[in-house]
Design a protein around this ligand. Structure first.
Ligand code: ATP
Length: 384
């Protein structure tokens, strides 16, 4: 088992079109046994970071340490890291047993019986003991994925790396497999880094989520932290489904000190404590999650806005209602009994506790509404 440290890691690829900065000054300390998920859009540097840790890619600058020891110059096979890829990369001519035991018999001096014992143990853990004598070609995608994971487990590595391992599976199997992988992590307690572009996968599996964009770290935190305290508009937009609503607003403060957030199509009066926290008039980005917007015809005019219903998506437990607010799309997640007609004009409100304010220029978080009552009246700082 291992602690993993990325210390100011930069990776630049030299391409024919010029240098490409894939990862920029990434620092991250992952304690022994943690399950960390790297998430971010395509091309943000997730795989490159994983490949540098595995030793499959050189590091341009910075240091990676395993249990405090620098590994920049350690060969991949001496890092005690097992990696599972999206493609499974199984040998087609070997049986499941052969695939799972092959790496172990090459890299250790364990005898055949010991290798076989570990293979059977891992196969039981993955629920594939019946498949041990089959070849990969006769297995489904889900079964091949289990074999690839089982092969990593057999090695009893210090660190597991998963690079989008569930991408080739259908939605139902993905959900099932992510529960399985979480269970295996709890059983083995091996430090795990898991890469995905699927924020739902990240939210359900991670101890901590690492959000990357354009090679830069945006935020590190527990699923709840990144959901309730997004460090910037990128994180706010990326985490949560449907994604957060954003409105450009001005905070206007009247002579009696009362504050109102004024946006295109609405005015929202706010408490004195929020005005104090923000520090006065200015230009902000206001955001609210779709599940925190409510349809309420009786809401006060100063705490609500009007919106025209564009589309109602019925998903069973809830309805996703797509709205037009003065020409801007806005998403609302409502209980299934709230089912307005397309074209209806509805009154929408939200609690001040549920709003987030971001700096319009830097896009960094300034206020999370639910924290305004906290004793320390200061503008929160980004964790990025
Ligand atoms: P995806 O989700 O699509 O796999 P990712 O977040 O894993 O994306 P990376 O594969 O790490 O992203 O790529 C990060 C950046 O580095 C991208 O701009 C990519 O084009 C570039 N890149 C990756 N590998 C190479 C390479 N071998 N040569 C040149 N550029 C590369």
């Amino acid at each position: 088992m291992a602690r993993v440290e990325f210390d100011n890691i930069t990776k630049v690829f030299e391409d024919t079109s010029g240098p490409i900065v894939a990862v920029e000054e990434l620092s991250l300390d992952i304690p022994d046994g943690e399950f960390v998920v790297f998430v971010g859009p395509s091309g943000c540097g997730k795989s490159t970071t994983l490949r540098m840790l595995a030793g499959l890619e050189n590091i341009t600058d910075g240091e990676i340490r395993l249990n405090g020891e620098p590994v920049n110059d350690v060969s991949p096979r001496d890092r005690d890291i097992a990696m599972v890829f999206q493609s499974y990369a199984l040998y087609p001519h070997k049986t499941v047993r052969g695939n799972m035991g092959y790496g172990l018999s090459l890299s250790t001096d364990l005898n055949k019986e010991e290798v076989d014992r570990r293979v059977v143990e891992a196969a039981e853990m993955m629920g594939i003991e019946d498949l041990l004598d089959k070849k990969p070609g006769s297995l489904s995608g889900g079964q091949q994925q289990r074999v690839a994971t089982g092969r990593a487990i057999v090695r009893e590595p210090a660190v597991f790396l998963f690079d989008e391992p569930l991408s080739n599976l259908d939605a139902q199997l993905r959900k099932h497999m992510r529960t399985e992988l979480s269970r295996i992590h709890s059983e083995l307690g091996i430090t795990t880094i898991y890469v995905t572009h699927d924020q739902e996968e990240a939210m359900t599996m991670a101890d901590r989520i690492v959000i990357l964009n354009d090679g830069q770290l945006q935020q590190v935190g527990s699923p709840k932290e990144v959901y309730y305290r997004p460090a910037n508009t990128f994180v706010a937009d990326f985490i949560g489904s449907p994604s957060m609503n954003f409105f450009d607003v001005d905070l206007e403060v009247a002579s009696d000190g009362t504050g109102t957030l004024v946006g295109n199509g609405f005015r929202y009066s706010v408490s004195d404590s929020l005005v104090d926290l923000v520090g006065g008039e200015g230009e902000y980005v206001l955001s609210v999650r779709p599940e925190n917007l409510n349809v309420d015809p009786s809401a006060s005019g100063e705490k609500s806005f009007e919106a025209t219903v564009d589309v109602v998506e019925v998903i069973g437990s809830d309805n996703f209602i797509y709205l037009d607010v003065a020409g801007k799309e806005c998403r609302l997640r409502a209980p299934s009994e709230t089912e307005p007609e397309e074209g209806d004009v509805i009154t929408v409100t939200f609690e001040e506790d549920d709003l987030h304010l971001f700096d319009r220029n830097t896009e960094e978080a300034l206020i999370h509404g639910h924290e305004r009552a906290e004793s320390s009246p200061k503008i929160i700082e980004s964790e990025a």
